[in-house]
Design a protein around this ligand. Structure first.
Ligand code: DX5
Ligand code: ZN
Length: 224
């Protein structure tokens, strides 16, 4: 099992003061910045692109930036994010014509690569590519919006993917995204996740450090 990572989704941050929000949440103990890219085509919402990623780097953010692409097609925009300072890039296999090629493209640009499984995407999509991946991201909501409720079947899927990762013997992260909060993070961790995205649960509270600590403590309690 990899070390625990809390990755706040800036989708729920105050975009009018994004640099300050990111500084504050990292100072509060968060590990990564989860960066949700939506295109009003693959998903019915429109968010931020490479210019904003680059602006965060120029602002002085040195933490890993975890770029979650909810765009179609994906290959055209990947080099732009690598250049803008992305650390890892994840994409939805449904949005790529050539999943293996997209993974190789991300890695060739020096970024870590991951695929994202929607709630109804079967785990078999990982066949033949799992060992090439640095991360698997499971969606526990349908992609497009923050603030939705955790879909319980994601727990069963976490267990299935955890088994596959352990069997591979590789250091592949298992990330969960959607509806994660201090109240449910323990059962999510127990099901096999090591990397936790949380948007509204963190940015919806006044005290980011308190939420991040409650999340980390809850995960640590399952590891003892
Ligand atoms: C949804 C995004 C998530 C979202 C999570 O498409 O991928 O990262 O921001 O938000 P919460 O934690 O509020 O469910
Ligand atoms: Zn996301």
């Amino acid at each position: 099992m990899q070390s625990t990572v809390i990755a706040p989704s800036i989708l729920s941050a105050n975009f009018a003061k994004l640099g300050e929000e990111v500084d504050n949440v990292l100072r509060a103990g968060a590990d990564w910045v989860h960066f949700d890219v939506m295109d009003n085509h693959y998903v019915p919402n429109l968010t931020i692109g490479p210019l904003v990623c680059e602006a965060l780097r120029k602002h002085g953010v040195t933490a890993p930036i975890d770029v979650h692409l909810m765009v179609e097609p994906v290959d055209r925009i990947i080099p732009d994010f690598a250049k803008a300072g992305a650390s890892m890039i994840t994409f939805h296999p449904e949005a790529s014509r050539h999943v293996h090629r997209t993974i190789q493209l991300i890695k060739s640009l020096g970024c870590q690569a991951g695929v994202v499984l929607n709630p109804a995407t079967p785990v078999e999509v990982l066949d033949y590519v799992l060992e090439d991946l640095d991360m698997v991201l499971l969606m526990s909501v349908n992609p497009g919006f923050g603030g939705q409720g955790f879909i319980p079947s994601a727990l069963q899927k976490l267990r299935a993917v955890r088994e596959r990762i352990d069997a591979s013997g590789k250091a592949i992260r298992l990330e969960i995204d959607g509806g994660v909060k201090p109240e449910n993070i323990a059962e999510i961790a127990a099901a096999g996740a090591d990397t936790f995205v949380a948007g509204s649960a963190i940015f919806g509270q006044a005290d980011y450090a308190d939420v991040v600590k409650r999340m980390k403590d809850a995960v640590a309690a399952t590891r003892r």
